[in-house]
Design a protein around this ligand. Structure first.
Ligand SMILES: Cc1cc2nc3c(=O)[nH]c(=O)nc-3n(C[C@H](O)[C@H](O)[C@H](O)COP(=O)(O)O)c2cc1C
Length: 178
């Protein structure tokens, strides 16, 4: 089994593509293949001490899922299944996709929802990211002036994604033993 689990939800494929970009950088011993949460089980997630989790924000600041008009179940359906997983002792890094121009009052909110769920269950969340270079009004993923994970905007700032991702993976490398 790989050391780091990599799970994502995605409606139109952006978050999945980022997950694949992450996996590409590491061998199988280090990083598991990216897995959509609609194919994951709580036991699988619980088996990893290191996790990278990705989510888009849909609806108005919501997790992806059937109520947000996704074709398949996603984080909204999977997260409740993780309610009894003990995340203490686990290191988690989050990335979130959003659209700061169209949804400036809910930019990458869903990453904040994952953060709240995980920290309430003891996870150590690493990889907070500066809010400079983004233009939005409010985000549930902003805590004490930083995003709780990497915020990516494929709708308006696609050209920044590759560099942001590389810098963020560098940032979390030590915490993940990379
Ligand atoms: C119906 C709809 C609602 C959205 N709501 C939000 C939102 O509240 N906040 C936000 O930051 N982005 C929002 N977005 C933008 C998506 O998060 C963004 O396009 C993302 O890249 C989609 O990722 P995916 O392709 O993995 O589903 C919304 C997009 C759609 C289509």
């Amino acid at each position: 089994m790989s050391r780091i689990g990599l799970f994502f939800g995605s409606s139109s494929g952006n978050t999945r593509r980022i997950a694949k970009m992450i996996k590409k950088r590491y061998d199988d011993a280090t990083m598991a293949d990216a897995l959509n949460v609609n194919k994951a089980t709580p036991e699988l997630v619980a088996g990893y001490d290191f996790l990278i989790l990705g989510t888009p924000t849909l609806g108005e600041g919501d997790l992806p899922g059937l109520e947000a008009d996704c074709q398949q179940p996603s984080w909204a359906e999977f997260l409740p299944q993780l309610r009894d997983v003990d995340f203490s002792g686990k290191t988690v890094a989050l990335y979130g996709l959003g659209d700061q121009e169209k949804y400036p009052e809910h930019f990458v909110d869903a990453m904040g929802l994952l953060y709240e769920f995980l920290t309430a269950r003891g996870a150590r969340v690493v990889g907070s990211w500066p809010t400079d270079d983004y233009d939005y009004i409010a985000s549930r993923a902003e805590v004490e002036g930083d995003f709780v994970g990497l915020a990516l905007d494929q709708d308006n700032q696609k050209q920044l994604t590759e560099d942001r991702l590389a810098a963020w993976l560098q940032l979390i490398a030590r915490d993940f033993g990379l």
